[in-house]
Design a protein around this ligand. Structure first.
Ligand SMILES: Cc1cc2nc3c(=O)[nH]c(=O)nc-3n(C[C@H](O)[C@H](O)[C@H](O)COP(=O)(O)OP(=O)(O)OC[C@H]3O[C@@H](n4cnc5c(N)ncnc54)[C@H](O)[C@@H]3O)c2cc1C
Length: 479
C-alpha cells in the first residue's frame, strides 16, 4: 500500500514515524527544504500538562496522552526534553477562582501532579516572580523541548525505517478516479497514493479543497516572541503562565532547552490571506515585553538576541480537525493544529495510525519485525567530558575546530548535519544550533557557508539561507 504524508511539521513527522513501524511504501512530501519549518519552527516549545483544554475535546484527550508519551519518544530520538514543570500564577481573588477551575479540568483530563501553591511556596520556586503573586497552579508534568528538532528526528527515524523523504516538493493537486485517490500531483512529479495524510498545518484547509474534501476554514493567529540569551543566566526555572482567559493562554516567560529565556506570545487574529505573515511589529513586541514584565519584573532586555513570530491555525470550533474520508476514499485530514499540537503530536500519530486508519478505512496494517525506534544524535563534544572530547579529536581533528563560538559547535557537527541532508544555512542552524547564539551567525556564517559549499560541491554564491531565492552573496567580490 502506498501512503503519502503531506507536510513534515511535528504532526506529519510524528505520523510518518509511526507509519514507518508498518509494512507499507511511505513517502513524506514537504515543500520546504527541511522538516519542521512551518508552525513547528516558531512556538513556545512547551509540552503542556493538559489542564486547560476543555474536557471532552480531542485537544484535551490527545494533549495529556501526548505529554505522557514525550519522554520515551525524545529518549529514543535523542532530542532534548526537560520536565521542568509549569506555574499558572494568580494576582487577584478572581484569578485564584480560575486556578481552581483549571485544577478541576485537569483532573477530568487525567492530568497527574497538579497542586495549588500559596505565595511563599510559589516564590520559593521562582524568586524572580512579581512579589504581588498570591497563588499558583503547579503542574509537575509540563516540559520543554526543541520542536523543530523533534520533527527532524522523527523524519530521520522514519527514513531509517524505510520511508522516503522528499523536501522541496509542493503538493499542487490529486488525481482521483472513481472516488479513490490514485496520484498525488507535486510541482515536480506524480506520486502513486492509496492513502494521503494531510498534515499541512496552516494550509490544511486549502489542501483538503484540492481533494474536494471539507475542512473547516483556517485563519492565522499570530504570536510574537522575544528571545533572551543564555548568558543572562536562569531567569525562571519553570514555565510561567499568567492566568489564562477563555481565548488565550496569555504571554509567558519560560526557559528554553539550551538555557535561554523566551517571552511571548501575544495573540493577533489575521485574515485568512495572511498565512505567511510571520513578521514582528513594534506594537506586538511592546505588548509581549509589557505583559511578561508583569510576571517577572526587570527582564534583561539588553540581552535580547532575537525576535520572531509564529502562526496558530485557528478553526471556528478551536479544536483539532482529524477525519478519515471515504469520498475520496483514503484522504486523512489532520488539521486545525493550534496549541497543544506540539504536545499532542505523538498521541495524534497513535490515534491516526492505530485507530482512524484501521477503524474508518478498514485497513489492517502489518507491523515490521525490524522497526528500530532509536536515532543516533549528532555528537556535540562540548556536552561530553574533556577525555571523551580528546578521543574524538584524536579520531578527527575537525571535532576540535569550533566554528560557532557562541554555542561551541564544531566543524564536524556541521559536516555531519550536511551529510544528513541539511542543504541551507538555516537547515544547519536548526540541526546543530550553530548561528543560534548571541552573535546570531555574525561571526561564523562565512565559515559555515564555505563548509556547506565544500561538502555539497556548490559554488559559494549559490549557498542559500533558507528557501529558494534566499542567497547570501550577490556574486564574487574578489577575483
Ligand atoms: C505562537 C504559537 C505557540 C504555540 N505554542 C505551543 C506550545 O507551547 N505547545 C504546544 O503543544 N503547541 C504549541 N503551539 C502549536 C504547535 O506549534 C502546532 O500545533 C504544531 O507545530 C503544528 O504542527 P503541524 O505539523 O500541524 O504544522 P506545520 O509545522 O506548519 O507543518 C506543516 C508542514 O506542511 C508543509 N506544507 C504545507 N503545504 C504543503 C504542500 N502543499 N505541499 C507540501 N508541503 C506542504 C509546510 O511547509 C509545513 O512544514 C503553538 C503554536 C503557535 C503558533
Amino acid at each position: 500500500m502506498n501512503v503519502v504524508v503531506v507536510g513534515a511539521g511535528i504532526v506529519g513527522a510524528a505520523i510518518a514515524r509511526k507509519l514507518s513501524m508498518y509494512d507499507l511504501n511511505l513517502i513524506i512530501l514537504e515543500k520546504q527544504p527541511e522538516a519542521g519549518w512551518g508552525i513547528t519552527k516558531a512556538n513556545s516549545g512547551i509540552v503542556h500538562a493538559g489542564y486547560d483544554d476543555p474536557p471532552g475535546t480531542l485537544r484535551a484527550s490527545l494533549c495529556s496522552r501526548g505529554n505522557m508519551m514525550y519522554e520515551e519518544m525524545c529518549k529514543q530520538l535523542k532530542v532534548d526534553f526537560k520536565r521542568i514543570g509549569s506555574l499558572v500564577v494568580a494576582f487577584t481573588g478572581d484569578e485564584v477562582k480560575v486556578l481552581h477551575e483549571l485544577m478541576r479540568r485537569g483532573e477530568l483530563n487525567n492530568v497527574k501532579g497538579l497542586k495549588l501553591l500559596d505565595r511563599e511556596e510559589v516564590l520559593s520556586l521562582e524568586p524572580r516572580l512579581n512579589g504581588n503573586v498570591i497563588a499558583a497552579l503547579y503542574a509537575e508534568t509540563a516540559g520543554i523541548t526543541e520542536p523543530w528538532m523533534v520533527a527532524i528526528a522523527c523524519v530521520e527515524n522514519a527514513v531509517q525505517n524505510g520511508a522516503k523523504f522528499l523536501p522541496n516538493t509542493k503538493v499542487i493537486g490529486f488525481e482521483i478516479v472513481k472516488e479513490r485517490i490514485r496520484y498525488v500531483l507535486t510541482d515536480s512529479d506524480k506520486i502513486p497514493a492509496d492513502v494521503v495524510i494531510n498534515a499541512t498545518g496552516m494550509e490544511s484547509d486549502l489542501l483538503a479543497k484540492l481533494a474536494g474534501v471539507y475542512h473547516p476554514p483556517l485563519h492565522p493567529r499570530r504570536g510574537q516572541y522575544i528571545l533572551i540569551d543564555k548568558n543572562a543566566g536562569n531567569i525562571v526555572n519553570s514555565v510561567i503562565f499568567p492566568t489564562p482567559t477563555e481565548d488565550s493562554k496569555g504571554i509567558l516567560v519560560l526557559p528554553t532547552v539550551d538555557g535561554g529565556t523566551l517571552i511571548g506570545p501575544n495573540a493577533e487574529d489575521l485574515s485568512d490571506r495572511e498565512r505567511e505573515s510571520v513578521s514582528t511589529t513594534l506594537e506586538g513586541l511592546r505588548e509581549v515585553l509589557e505583559k511578561a514584565s508583569h510576571l517577572v519584573p526587570h527582564l534583561p532586555v539588553n540581552r535580547v538576541i532575537k525576535t520572531f513570530a509564529g502562526l496558530r491555525p485557528e478553526t471556528p470550533s478551536k479544536d483539532f480537525y482529524i477525519t478519515a474520508e471515504t469520498s475520496p476514499w483514503g484522504f486523512v485530514n489532520v488539521g486545525g493544529m493550534r496549541s497543544p499540537g506540539l504536545t499532542a503530536a505523538p498521541a495524534i500519530a497513535e490515534y491516526v495510525v492505530e485507530y482512524l486508519i484501521p477503524e474508518k478505512l478498514h485497513i489492517s496494517l502489518t507491523r515490521k519485525k525490524d522497526f528500530n525506534p532509536e536515532r543516533r544524535k549528532i555528537p556535540h563534544p562540548a556536552d561530553s567530558t574533556p577525555e571523551k572530547w580528546h578521543e574524538m579529536i584524536a579520531r578527527d581533528k575537525r571535532w576540535g575546530r569550533i566554528v560557532c563560538a557562541c554555542n561551541e559547535v564544531t566543524e564536524m557537527e556541521i559536516r555531519e548535519a550536511i551529510r544528513r541532508g541539511a542543504r541551507t544555512l538555516d537547515a544547519i542552524k536548526f540541526r546543530t544550533r550553530a548561528m543560534f547564539g548571541k552573535c546570531q551567525g555574525g561571526f561564523c556564517t562565512h565559515r559555515i557557508m564555505k563548509i556547506l559549499a565544500e561538502e555539497t560541491g556548490q559554488a559559494l554564491e549559490d549557498v542559500l539561507k533558507a528557501e529558494a531565492g534566499s542567497w547570501i552573496l550577490n556574486g564574487k567580490v574578489r577575483p
